[in-house]
Design a protein around this ligand. Structure first.
Ligand code: SAM
Length: 439
């Protein structure tokens, strides 16, 4: 812990977290994990708010800094760009009194071992207090600045969704709701809703996801009735639609091919207790450990395999699957509201590699399906290239494949959920089966 006043130390740590995301490619969660031990438990919510908010709005904040700085920062003072952004974020977006926010941010220069920058930070933040409104009005004429979104993603969304891109950009910066999934094995959704109310927590149902409840206010999971006993899990309503679309039945052998950290595996096991077998596969051993931890809390069982979905010869026992869920790695552009670091970490060039990976996984897994079986392709992306285009190409390569009835058409396959639609994350689902067979 630093000797500085807590408010000052928090600003410095927030700047370090943002710097780690920006320059070392760390995710926000990893960077917070690295630094938050230096801040008291009581102060962590403010640290989190500063770090998440500054990263969410980084591109807009950095555009302001660029105008306000009379000369560029020296490379060894690069952390000051992060501290300035933390300062501007408070002035624009938080209800902290401006005087206190400026004072603590200026004082944080000493904690960051940049005492020489005290005057610079003070002058820049005070100038923003005077001129910020007109400065922002000028900068906000550019969509990329207004929505703090990288140019490539603005352009991609405009191209993919000419009528919806502005709404998608707004939704990507909205505060994400906290959705719960009620464990059907332990009780009905409405009974759990009553338990929530008795605990002073308000929630609403989702029209399509039968186990989903949206909390009026996010809360600590420990406050949720029956959390430790597995009565409920945290999962967005869009992710909960997978179980109904895959629709496994009693006696089915199911493969969850990109399973970790296991949200959908658990939901499938909760809703269909009499499966012959659930096989949870993932390439990441550490993420599979999270999956096993989650299943243990819920008292659920699955076979767990660590392997590459593209190479079934390394892990498949040759017995076909009645149902396969391919929740593919993707740009995650549908969940930016939960993970704003995606805007800084993801590059346009990643899309090429992801498209190849997704197509290779589809090819490899299609061959593991039992006659009459069903493969559900899912992403948390809102980009056509990873979604509709991927499935159109697959259907062209595989004349024997067809969309499950009601899941779109050959030219517009699957279902695209737009970020914010009935309060859900952005998601895509396409459900495939052999055209000659039904299940
Ligand atoms: C979108 S996440 C899955 C989320 C999970 N289905 C859930 O609901 O909790 C994608 C997963 O794919 C895994 N993955 C990436 N490449 C893979 C590969 N080649 N084979 C298997 N899994 C892979 C990642 O480790 C990651 O856990």
């Amino acid at each position: 812990m630093s000797d500085a006043a807590p408010g000052v130390a928090i600003r410095a740590v927030a700047a370090r977290v943002v710097h780690a995301v920006r320059t070392r490619g760390r995710t926000l969660d990893d960077a917070l994990g690295e630094y938050e031990a230096t801040v008291s438990l009581r102060d962590r919510p403010l640290l989190r708010a500063l770090a998440f908010g500054t990263v969410r709005w980084w591109l807009r904040l950095a555009a302001c800094t660029q105008v306000l700085l009379t000369r560029p920062l020296r490379p060894r003072d690069a952390i000051l760009a992060d501290l300035l952004a933390v300062g501007l974020f408070q002035l624009i977006y938080l209800r902290i009194p401006a005087r206190a926010a400026v004072h603590a941010t200026v004082a944080a220069t000493a904690v960051l071992e940049r005492p020489h920058a005290r005057g610079l930070v003070n002058a820049l933040l005070r100038r923003f207090q005077r001129e910020g409104e007109s400065l922002l009005a000028g900068l906000d004429t550019q969509a990329a600045v207004r929505h703090a979104c990288p140019d490539w993603l603005v352009a991609q969304l405009e191209a993919d969704w000419p009528e919806h891109h502005e709404a998608l950009l707004v939704a990507a910066n909205a505060a994400p709701p906290m959705w719960l999934r009620v464990n059907r094995r332990l009780g009905e959704r409405d009974a759990y809703l009553e338990r929530l109310r008795a605990a002073g927590l308000e929630a609403t149902r989702h029209p399509e996801a039968p186990e989903a409840l949206c909390l009026a206010e996010p809360t600590d999971v420990e406050r949720l009735p029956g959390w430790a006993q597995g009565a409920v899990s945290v999962q967005d309503a869009a992710a909960q639609l997978a179980a109904g679309l895959l629709a496994p039945g009693p006696g089915h052998r199911v493969l969850d091919a990109c399973a970790a950290p296991g949200g959908k595996t658990a939901h499938l096991l909760e809703t269909t207790p009499d499966l012959a077998e659930m096989v949870a596969l993932d390439i990441s051993a550490s993420r599979l450990a999270e999956l096993e931890h989650g299943l243990a809390r819920l008292n659920l069982r699955s076979s767990v395999l660590c392997g590459d979905a593209r190479d079934p010869q390394d892990w498949w026992d040759g017995r076909p699957f009645d149902r396969i869920l391919l929740d593919a790695p993707c740009s995650a552009t549908g969940v930016i509201r939960r993970h704003p670091d995606i805007k800084l970490l993801r590059q346009v060039s990643d899309l090429d590699a992801l498209a190849v990976l997704q197509a290779d996984m589809l090819e490899a897994l299609w061959g593991l399906l039992a006659p009459g079986g069903r493969l559900l392709y899912a992403t948390c992306s809102v980009l056509r290239r990873e979604n509709q285009a991927q499935i159109v190409a697959f259907l062209q390569r595989h004349p024997e494949a067809a969309l499950v009835p009601g899941n779109g058409s050959i030219s517009a396959p699957g279902r695209q959920i737009m970020t914010g639609e009935t309060n859900m994350d952005g998601f895509y689902y396409a459900c495939l089966q052999h055209s000659s067979m039904t299940s």
